[in-house]
Design a protein. Structure first.
Lengths: 319, 291
């Protein structure tokens, strides 16, 4: 399509270009279908990869599934995969660790993220808004190992100074780091959701004499509810799946936390720390893959929930 | 939203990079030495192999982990030239090797692994017994407060923060067998660091901490305790000399086994390991060299 325009705009070109044109057009026609297929393949590849990963994880875990003591697996806090006395595979402490650090992260990130989203979409002047958006996206681009490093090196000593913590790497440290990592997602998805609310809603609210804050929490929040919920759930998914940062910042201690400053261990960090040295295809190795399946199931449910919410199925049924 | 969905694209890019990486050709070495065994020694063996290969490109050294038992079994089966082991070969294994390979396995001690017990410099404690360590680290241990070991400043926090290693590390297993024996587990709830250096770094920043790690990892920001093998016995300073003399209780030799006296390139390689250069590698990785 661009070719004739190009020729018209440059009439001084030698006659050779005229011959090149139709030839070039033919090449374009010939490549049209392969390119279309290539693009289609790229689209399908995502499905293929997800399926392949699931099958791989499942196959690695499969031989242990019938043998595993499932009651102990889910209800015992005793994770002793290399014990010489009695090997135990209880993931309760790890599950509690993952849930507690995720909950703490969300308690910090949701108000911060949604607040930032509201500010960006409703109150922020244009120029500042562009700067803020770029900076928030930069926040999302920081690798998780760098976040872990910050937790370990910077936040740890600060927490030792300011709280009653015995050790700087703990639940609070991991929660704060995870919150900072989830905020960019919550902000950008939340802002999109707020922007999608038609301006007529805002105008109507203001015309009825609502203050801007009343407009936000009485009109915009209900109208953008699905999108905001999706933002939060995507943040949750990010927090549950995060590995490197929590491995470095939470202390990696198998215990059910009694206070905010107790060290904990998460499911993801356990896999990361132990898989490399577990005997390949051994029992320990396979149980780590079972943990992988548990994580897969959890993140799948969270993402599915987010998807369903985005599509608004919930709103339709609810109202 | 689209920003977060580019996963397929990224995987595709990584795949291309991997293919490009594999395509790079490599010159064929003349001699291959196969090394297998102890996971504790796999880092050190790898470092030796890389260093030696740089000096002698004609010799390629393949290093596999798997554990001391795996390495010894492989030696008996004739599948490797050198077996790394952090324990002695048993009588049964020796007999099996004689029967199958008609050769006497020969033990070469190439260095020592000695673990230091680290505390914060502000900690008034100077020495500790192996039994006390067991009560701190062991399942159902009775020592949970520093005031049980040493007069502690009135009114200050004295809970012991145990720092350990992840359960798949060789250091974890060695400390367990040296301190707790075969019949006792570690108590859960210790802060499990991912590397020898991490343990020391965490202890340096945590006044209530105790940790164990290779002796070579000491820094000015931590204090190593003298360790006594039992109540009433004098505590031994954690020095390489004491480890070499067999006085320091948390020490074990690092061994390489060969079938019969080593010949040719294997012999040269072992000699290089014993040389100053080879022993420098031992020291650099936090183990105790022979000299």
């Amino acid at each position: 399509m661009a070719q004739p325009q190009l020729r018209q705009s440059q009439p001084g070109q030698p006659a050779g270009r005229g011959r090149l044109g139709p030839w070039f057009d033919r090449v374009c026609d010939a490549t049209e279908r392969p390119v279309e297929w290539l693009v289609r393949l790229c689209g399908y590849s995502a499905i293929l990869f997800v399926l392949a990963i699931f099958v791989f994880v499942f196959l690695e875990a499969a031989p242990i599934l019938p043998k595993l003591d499932w009651v102990e697996f889910f209800t015992s806090p005793q994770w002793r995969p290399t014990s010489q006395v009695r090997v135990q595979y209880g993931i309760l402490a790890l599950v509690v660790g993952t849930l507690s650090v995720t909950a703490l992260a969300m308690a910090l990130a949701v108000p911060l993220g949604l607040g930032a989203a509201v500010y960006l979409s409703e109150f922020c002047p244009g120029r500042l808004k562009e700067v803020l958006k770029v900076v928030i996206e930069l926040l999302a681009a920081i690798p998780s190992v760098v976040w872990g490093f910050i937790g370990y090196m910077v936040l740890g000593p600060v927490l030792m100074e300011t709280t009653d913590a015995d050790i700087g790497v703990n639940l609070l440290n991991g929660g704060i780091i995870l919150a900072l990592m989830s905020v960019p997602i919550i902000v950008s998805v939340g802002e999109d959701a707020l922007k999608a609310v038609p301006d007529s809603y805002r105008e109507a609210a203001l015309a009825l004499g609502a203050s801007r804050w009343e407009m936000v929490h009485r009109v915009l929040f209900p109208a953008a509810r699905n999108g905001l919920l999706a933002a939060v759930l995507l943040g949750v998914g990010r927090a549950i799946g995060e590995t490197m940062a929590v491995l470095m910042a939470t202390g990696h201690a198998i215990r059910i936390p009694q206070s905010l400053v107790d060290p904990i261990r998460t499911l993801t960090a356990t896999i990361a720390a132990e898989l490399g040295e577990a005997v390949e295809r051994g029992e320990h190795y396979r149980v780590l893959f079972v943990i992988g399946l548990v994580l897969f199931a959890v993140t799948f449910v969270v993402n599915l929930l987010a998807d369903v919410v985005v599509k608004g199925l919930r709103g339709e049924r609810g109202s | 939203m689209a920003r977060f969905l580019g996963l397929g694209g990224w995987i595709w890019c990584l795949g291309c990079l991997a293919i490009a990486g594999c395509a790079r050709g490599r010159a064929e070495p003349l001699h291959v030495i196969r090394v297998e065994g102890s996971d504790t020694m796999v880092n050190i063996a790898q470092a030796w192999a890389e260093e030696y290969h740089r000096k002698h490109p004609e010799v390629s050294i393949q290093v596999l982990g798997g554990g001391s038992g795996v390495g010894i079994a492989s030696l008996i089966a004739g599948n490797c030239d050198l077996a790394n082991s952090s324990r002695k070969m048993s009588e049964k294994e020796l007999a099996e090797a004689r029967a199958k390979q008609h050769a006497e396995p020969i033990e070469h001690i190439v260095g020592y692994d000695a673990l230091g017990v680290y505390v914060h410099p502000s900690n008034p404690l100077e020495e500790i017994t192996v039994q006390q360590l067991a009560e701190i680290y062991g399942e159902g241990g009775t020592i949970t407060r520093w005031s049980q070991l040493v007069p502690w400043p009135e009114g200050q926090k004295d809970r012991i923060v145990r720092i350990g290693r992840q359960n798949s590390s060789g250091t974890y297993e060695f400390f367990r067998s040296a301190i707790l024996g075969k019949k006792r587990d570690f108590a859960l709830g210790s802060v499990d660091a991912n590397g020898s250096k991490d343990v020391v770094a965490l202890v340096a920043r945590t006044p209530l901490a105790i940790g164990y790690s290779g002796m070579g990892y000491q820094t000015p920001e931590v204090k190593m305790l003298r360790v006594s093998p039992g109540p009433g016995k004098p505590a031994v300073a954690p020095t390489a000399a004491n480890a070499l003399a067999g006085l320091y209780p948390i020490t074990r030799p690092l061994q390489i086994y060969t079938l019969g006296q080593p010949q040719g390139v294997v012999r040269e390689y072992l000699q290089w390991i014993y040389s100053e250069e080879g022993q420098r590698v031992v020291e650099a990785l936090g183990y105790v060299p022979l000299k």
